[in-house]
Design a protein around this ligand. Structure first.
Ligand SMILES: Cc1cc2nc3c(=O)[nH]c(=O)nc-3n(C[C@H](O)[C@H](O)[C@H](O)COP(=O)(O)OP(=O)(O)OC[C@H]3O[C@@H](n4cnc5c(N)ncnc54)[C@H](O)[C@@H]3O)c2cc1C
Length: 404
């Protein structure tokens, strides 16, 4: 089943596909397809290409630099990015802090922060989680104490993705201990060059440096960098999380993974003579995941239809659909990476981190595409944890739908 789009939408899809085919640098496409580590320049370079085309922030209103697309066009663009093998952008500015500034910032804050966020001149990261506060985020302890026109921030943030690439961090900090723990939290923007900030890498099990611990010792931040009201940052933080949940990987990426899986399953060199696709158990696994993907696609299109009628993008208008999407989307993503690993059998065993670096010149063990598969499997274990773990998403759905 392929979704029926209008003739205009199909013309738009052709335009996007043609552009992405020509504009995606081949070396980046190669890196994406083979699970090779992206450098900052790779990702920011791609951001700047999309910016020049006017396509870097599909969800922003036109007055702030968005392309003015319909919801369907945004959906198509997202899917085509996945088909094109385009690198994923650093999501924290464009998809999270941007919508918050547009929704809750002052005009002066928008003027200061949106243009360099859009152009890729300033890269952002997200300072929510702390060593003792992940799922129970409202218990966060990083404290901001007011001193005249400045906040003085002390505390530790953890898992901060791309902090080592970033110029700015949007943070939730505790500004009051009165009342419920959700009260007394404030949303602030922090310049990562400020004195008193130390960033230390956390190396994940795929061997790559993506996340960090960030330590704040007497870091001074202008109070004018507060977004929304002091002590009322929790609702802004939650608004942002809904955007985060809807921006976690597209069906285009999944469809590309499925195509690769089918290619492996029909490659008789991998299975030693008999293509894996002829194995009824494996064929069943492939059919099952494809059905699940198509069900998610139908769910997405229904949500798209609802949003088009309600006229709003993001978790607010969607409600629990955003939570359901997060769960199904991430489970399918992980399942696809797991099946690819199963499909290459013992070629998944040698895991050489250096094979993922540019310049590695040893011949691949087995098929060339095997190199990135185990790292890809390990890498995407994270998706069911971040943006609010899937267990927490289940809790939210149970509360909202069943009143539990
Ligand atoms: C790769 C990666 C990147 C990340 N990037 C960022 C980032 O850039 N910025 C940022 O702020 N954070 C980031 N995070 C943090 C992420 O949001 C947290 O890891 C997540 O919210 C879970 O919190 P925790 O790790 O403290 O686990 P915990 O909250 O301690 O949970 C541990 C386990 O218990 C389960 N659990 C907890 N409470 C409940 C409950 N009430 N009911 C049922 N099950 C429960 C969880 O689902 C989980 O399985 C990142 C995490 C990872 C792994």
């Amino acid at each position: 089943m392929d979704a029926a789009f209008t003739a205009e939408d199909e013309v738009f899809r052709d335009e996007v596909r043609t552009y992405l085919r020509e504009a995606t640098p081949p070396e980046l496409k190669y890196k994406v397809e083979n699970g090779i580590e992206m450098k900052r320049d790779d990702v920011i370079g791609w951001h700047k290409i999309l910016y020049k085309k006017g396509w870097v922030a599909p969800n922003w209103p036109e007055e702030y630099g968005g392309p003015g697309w319909t919801l369907t066009q945004k959906y198509i663009f997202d899917e085509e990015l996945g088909f094109a093998g385009a690198p994923r952008l650093v999501t924290f500015g464009i998809n999270m802090c941007g919508p918050v500034l547009i929704g809750f910032g002052t005009e002066a804050q928008r003027e200061r922060f949106l243009p360099p966020m859009l152009s890729g001149e300033e890269v952002w990261c997200q300072g929510y989680s702390e060593p003792g506060s992940g799922s129970d985020l409202a218990s966060l302890q990083t404290r901001a104490v007011r001193d005249g026109d400045e906040w003085v921030i002390n505390g530790t943030k953890t898992w901060t993705t791309k902090a080592h690439w970033a110029d700015w961090c949007f943070m939730l900090v505790r500004t009051s201990s009165e009342g419920k723990k959700q009260e007394g939290i404030t949303f602030v923007l922090v310049d990562l060059k400020s004195p008193g900030i130390e960033i230390k890498p956390i190396i994940l099990m795929d061997g790559l440096h993506e996340t960090n611990m960030v330590f704040f010792t007497d870091v001074r931040v202008p109070v004018e960098n507060t977004i929304g009201e002091i002590d009322k940052g929790w609702s802004i933080g939650k608004y942002l999380l809904a955007h985060e949940r809807m921006s976690g990987g597209s069906l285009g990426t999944h469809k590309t993974l499925l195509r690769q899986l089918k290619q492996i399953a029909t490659d008789d060199e991998v299975s030693g003579g008999r293509p894996l696709a002829e194995d009824p158990d494996f064929a069943h696994e492939i059919a099952k995941i494809e059905i699940e993907m198509r069900t998610l696609e139908a769910f997405n299109l229904r949500a798209l239809d609802k949003l088009s009628k309600d006229g709003e993008l993001g978790g607010k208008a969607l409600g629990v659909e955003a939570n359901i999407f997060k769960i199904r989307n991430t489970e399918i993503h992980q399942r696809l990476t797991e099946l690819k690993m199963k499909a290459i059998g013992y070629y998944a065993n040698p895991y050489l981190i250096s094979a993922l670096s540019h310049g590695w010149n040893e011949p691949p063990i087995g098929a060339e595409y095997a190199n990135g598969i185990t790292p890809g499997y390990l890498h995407f274990r994270k998706v069911t944890i971040y943006s609010g773990s899937n267990e927490i998403q289940h809790n939210i759905i149970a509360k909202a739908q069943l009143g539990l």
